[in-house]
Design a protein around this ligand. Structure first.
Ligand SMILES: [Zn+2]
Ligand SMILES: [Zn+2]
Length: 414
């Protein structure tokens, strides 16, 4: 049963979605403005907020299962602290040596851990410290579960939702950003995870660790500043009419966020996903972008993706939606014409090629010049805009209300 504790209701309310069909979470480097080089980040090594501090929670924490290796032939497990492996079927416990690397492999009668043979579901549990469990080269908080399936292994990190959010923050935003923008991002990421719990249920876990869900890299990806933002917003999620909201997010909206239906079709957008004017993301590296593509390359790309097109004669923007984004592109070719949704055209050409569907185009001989604004689908939370708002003194609750109007910020627990 879900228990919600109402914590606030602001006068002004606002925003939400991301990438679900195409979750569009981006690499860390695009979140750096020219003043925030990657070097700056590397100069300040990440410090993990101690687990003991994260554990001083005020509410029971939801456990989330992340598929970190959904199909492995073998894995190496180790830890620098005391830990044990538990056989889930027999409850047998074996203490493992710290510092030693154990090769874990599927066997005909179960799973082997070094020279031990256990049944087909096992769990590695740390007994002390903050080191966690190392799976190949990555360290994870809490428990690592390994299951055997068809002579392969499924490796799952079972951890508290707050520790999970700590492990995704630096994939979304720079730890150098103002604290209020980091707190807003923590709420967005936590809400997104809870909304999509069980997305990979058929594979035995809740979410994967790639852009399909949210990029999660465990303890190494953590930073003391982003961890602090998670801790400061412990358990807080956005809701709409008592349900967890759809907190889509993107890098930079280019001046106006997109409505849910504008991006993905459908008759109606959720009331908190109708799009807002955003004047706060101009500092983003891709606030303005340009790209030239030859007609020949567009033709070849479409054919490679299964579209039967003749020689392309011209491209026409046949429809725009209310935020100014391209709704439909018409491709006139020697045999006929093809009309594609703007989002589909982006997906086909590449999300890093046509960075948003907020673009114009111009013919230059055999080339088409695309010039546009923003990066991402534009729905919901504009990350660079949140940074801009926090620099103007907005607190995270107000930032969230700006991008997701009519939502409420609430404490959530199971
Ligand atoms: Zn996924
Ligand atoms: Zn924006």
């Amino acid at each position: 049963m879900m228990r919600r504790i109402k914590i606030l209701m602001l006068g002004i309310m606002m925003f939400t979605l991301n990438s679900c069909t195409t979750p569009v979470f981006y690499r860390r480097d695009i979140y750096l403005s020219p003043r925030e080089t990657k070097k700056q980040i590397e100069k300040k090594p990440a410090v993990v907020v101690e687990k003991s501090k994260l554990s001083s929670k005020r509410l029971p924490e939801t456990i989330i299962r992340i598929g970190v290796l959904p199909d492995a032939r073998s894995v190496c497990i180790s830890s620098e602290e005391k830990y044990e492996v538990i056989d889930i079927f027999t409850s047998e416990k074996i203490s493992l040596e710290k510092g030693k690397v154990y090769k874990v492999m599927p066997q005909s009668r179960g799973i082997s851990v070094g020279t031990y043979l256990l049944s087909s579901q096992i769990s590695f549990v740390p007994l002390s410290g903050d080191y966690g469990i190392k799976v190949n080269k990555r360290r994870y908080r809490d428990t690592v579960v390994i299951k055997k399936k068809n002579n392969h292994l499924i490796v799952i990190n079972e951890l508290g939702i707050e520790g999970y959010v700590c492990g995704i923050m630096t994939q979304e935003v720079s730890p150098l950003w103002p604290a209020e923008s980091l707190k807003a991002q923590a709420v967005v990421a936590r809400t997104y995870a809870l909304k999509h719990m069980g997305k990979h249920r058929s594979q035995g876990f809740d979410l994967c660790d790639t852009t399909h869900c949210q990029v999660f890299n465990g303890i190494q990806a953590e930073d003391s500043r982003t961890n602090q933002a998670v801790y400061a917003t412990w358990g807080e999620v956005l809701t709409y009419q008592g349900k967890i909201a759809k907190t889509f997010c993107h890098s930079c909206c280019g001046g106006h966020t997109e409505s849910e239906s504008g991006a993905w079709g459908g008759a109606q957008s959720s009331p908190y996903l109708k799009g807002v004017t955003c004047r706060f993301c101009k500092e983003a590296p891709h606030y303005k972008w340009e790209r030239r593509l030859s007609l020949h390359l567009i033709e070849k790309t479409l054919r490679n993706k299964g579209y039967s097109v003749g020689k392309i004669k011209r491209l026409v923007i046949s429809e725009r939606n209310s935020s100014g984004r391209v709704k439909k592109v018409k491709i006139v070719h020697s045999r006929s014409s093809l009309e594609l949704r703007g989002s589909k055209f982006r997906a086909l050409m590449g999300y890093q090629v046509i960075r948003s569907s907020l673009f114009n185009m111009r013919r230059e001989g055999e080339m088409i010049k695309f010039f546009g604004r923003g990066w991402g689908h534009g729905v919901g939370f504009c990350q660079w805009g949140a940074k801009g708002l926090s620099l103007r003194g907005y607190k995270y609750k107000r930032i969230l209300n700006f991008y997701y109007p009519h939502t409420r910020l609430e404490k959530w627990s199971e």
